[in-house]
Ligand binder design. Structure first.
Ligand SMILES: [Zn+2]
Length: 458
C-alpha cells in the first residue's frame, strides 16, 4: 500500500539508478528482469522520513563513530534524510561560531563520507559571529538554504539582527528558523529562581511558562510579516504559541511551524520525579507542557496550523550531560535536550494514526512531504516518479515496546522508555539501496550524500 499525502493505492514501485521510475498497480513485467524484488504484501510503503531538526554531533577523536551511529539510528527509525545544526556542543569550533562560512567548511569536512543516510546542514547563527548577516547569502549559495536563530541562550541573535536575517534569507531564496522564547521574561525568572535556591531541574520548566514562548513567537512572526519573509517556528510546544501561528497564518504571514514527538506524548508531570537525573532527562526547551497543550498540538497537526514534525534530537546521555543534575549543578547550567532521532515515525504512527488523531496521509505530509518541500529537498519526501527511491516498508500491525536497550542512537536513554507502540519499520531503502532489512543494518558508512539546498519553498 503506497501512501501519499492525498491518498493511498495498492501499487508496485520501480526504482532505477536510485530514482523512482514507476508507481503502478502491476509492474510484474518489469519485476521479471529486475535486479532485486522486495515483496511488500501487507505492508505500508512510506516515503522515507525527512527529519529537519537534529543536533547530531560530528565525529571527534574520543567519539569517532557518533555522527555515523546516529545516522544509523535514524535509518532504523525510518528516516532517510536528516538536517543537522552546528550549534555549540555539536563539535563545532569557536572559529565556526565567529564565521558562518568557516562553520560550513568545517562541518562539511567533518561529516564527509560518514553518514549512512542522506543529510544536510542548517547553520546556527550565533550572536557572537563577526558579521553573520554579510555571510548569509554565500551560505545559501553553498547549499545551506535554512539557518536558525535563537532568541535565548548566550549565543542568541539580538532582535534587530534576527529581523534583518529574515530579510536577507528571503532575498536569496532561503528561510530563517527561529527558536522562540522571550529572553527578558526568561532571564528574570531564572535569576529569581536561582536566588531563591530553587535550582533543581524541575525549575527549568517552572521558569519558562507558555506565555514566554507565545510572546516570543508573536514577535518573531511580527518581524516576518514586516519583512514579508518566510519563517519557520521550530519545536512549538504550547497552545498559546499555536494560537499565535494560527493568527499569523490567517493574516498572510509566510510561516510554517513544527512540533516534536515529545510534546505530543509527554507532559509536565515528568518534572515531579524526585530523582534529579531522571527529571533532567526531560529538560528540553521549551519544556514539556500540560495535557491540554498536548491535545491542542494534535489538533493543530490535524487542522494544518502545524506543518511538520521533527525530532529535535540531542544525543545527551544519562551518564554524562544529565548526570550533572545529580551533582547539584543548577538547572540553568545543565544541558538542554533529549534523544529522538530513532523514534520519530514510531511515535507519529502509533500515537497519531493508530489512535485516530491524524490520518495516514496527513502523517506522510507531516514527516516527509512538507519538510522536504519547505526545506528545499526537491528530490525527497514523496513516492513519485523522478524522486529519489527513499522508501520505508512499515508493518502497521506489529506491536513493540520502546526500550533504550533496543535503540541504536548514541544516547543511553529514551524519553519513551516502556511506551508500547503499534507499527514497526521493517525495511529502509535509500536511493534504491537497502539500509535496514528486517531489523538489521545492511547499509554502508558514507553511503549517505550531502544534499545541497539552494532555495526553499517559501
Ligand atoms: Zn533543537
Amino acid at each position: 500500500m503506497v501512501v501519499g499525502t492525498t491518498g493511498s493505492q495498492r501499487a508496485d514501485v520501480a526504482v532505477v539508478g536510485g530514482r523512482i521510475t514507476a508507481v503502478e498497480p502491476d509492474l510484474a513485467g518489469l519485476a521479471a528482469s529486475a535486479g532485486n524484488v522486495i515483496d511488500a504484501t501487507g505492508l505500508l510503503v512510506l516515503p522515507g522520513a525527512v527529519d529537519v531538526h537534529t543536533h547530531t554531533r560530528v565525529a571527534s577523536d574520543g567519539r569517532p563513530d557518533r555522527f555515523f551511529q546516529d545516522s544509523v539510528a535514524a535509518a532504523f527509525g525510518g528516516t532517510t534524510t536528516f538536517l543537522s545544526f552546528n550549534n555549540p556542543g555539536t563539535g563545532s569550533s569557536p572559529a565556526a561560531e565567529r564565521s558562518l562560512l568557516t562553520g560550513v567548511r568545517e562541518w562539511r569536512a567533518a561529516t564527509e563520507h560518514d553518514s549512512a543516510i542522506d543529510y544536510g546542514l542548517s547553520l546556527a547563527i550565533s550572536g557572537r559571529a563577526d558579521d553573520a548577516l554579510a555571510e548569509l547569502p554565500a551560505t545559501i549559495d553553498s547549499g545551506i538554504a535554512t539557518s536558525k536563530a535563537f532568541m535565548i541562550f548566550d549565543f542568541r541573535l539580538p532582535d534587530a539582527q534576527l529581523s534583518e536575517a529574515m530579510r536577507v534569507m528571503a532575498r536569496h531564496g532561503g528561510m530563517l528558523q527561529v527558536h522562540c522564547e522571550d529572553p527578558v521574561l526568561l532571564d528574570a525568572a531564572v535569576a529569581e529562581a536561582v536566588e531563591r535556591g530553587d535550582v533543581a531541574p524541575r525549575f527549568h520548566a517552572a521558569t519558562r511558562p507558555p506565555h514566554v514562548e507565545a510572546i516570543a513567537t508573536a514577535r518573531a512572526l511580527g518581524f516576518a510579516k514586516t519583512a514579508e519573509a518566510p519563517v519557520h517556528v521550530v519545536h512549538l510546544s504550547s497552545a498559546a504559541a499555536l494560537a499565535e501561528v494560527r493568527r499569523a497564518k490567517a493574516a498572510g504571514v509566510r510561516v510554517t511551524a513544527e512540533t516534536c514527538p515529545h510534546y505530543l506524548v509527554l507532559t509536565d508531570d515528568r518534572y515531579d520525579d524526585p530523582d534529579p537525573v531522571r527529571c533532567a532527562c526531560f529538560v528540553v526547551s521549551p519544556p514539556l507542557r500540560s495535557a491540554a497543550d498536548r491535545d491542542a498540538l494534535w489538533a493543530g497537526l490535524a487542522d494544518g496550523t502545524l506543518d511538520l514534525v521533527a525530532s529535535d534530537h540531542v544525543p545527551d546521555r544519562l551518564d554524562t550531560e544529565k548526570a550533572e543534575a545529580g551533582k547539584g549543578v543548577p538547572f540553568d547550567r545543565i544541558s538542554n535536550g533529549a534523544p529522538g532521532i530513532e523514534t520519530l515515525l514510531a511515535i507519529l504512527y502509533s500515537e497519531g494514526v493508530a489512535k485516530g488523531r491524524i490520518t495516514l496521509e496527513r502523517m506522510v505530509a507531516l514527516m516527509a512531504t512538507t519538510p522536504a518541500s519547505r526545506f528545499g529537498l526537491d528530490s525527497k519526501g514523496a513516492i513519485e516518479v523522478g524522486r529519489d527511491g527513499d522508501l520505508v516498508l512499515f508493518d502497521p500491525a506489529a506491536r513493540r515496546t520502546i526500550q533504550a536497550t533496543d535503540l541504536h542512537h548514541t544516547s543511553d536513554y529514551t524519553p519513551y522508555e516502556s511506551l508500547s507502540v503499534q507499527g514497526a519499520v521493517r525495511d529502509v531503502i535509500l536511493r534504491g539501496q537497502g539500509v535496514v532489512r528486517g531489523g538489521t543494518f545492511v547499509g554502508l558508512r558514507g553511503a549517505g550524500r550531502f544534499v545541497a539546498r539552494s532555495h526553499v519553498d517559501g
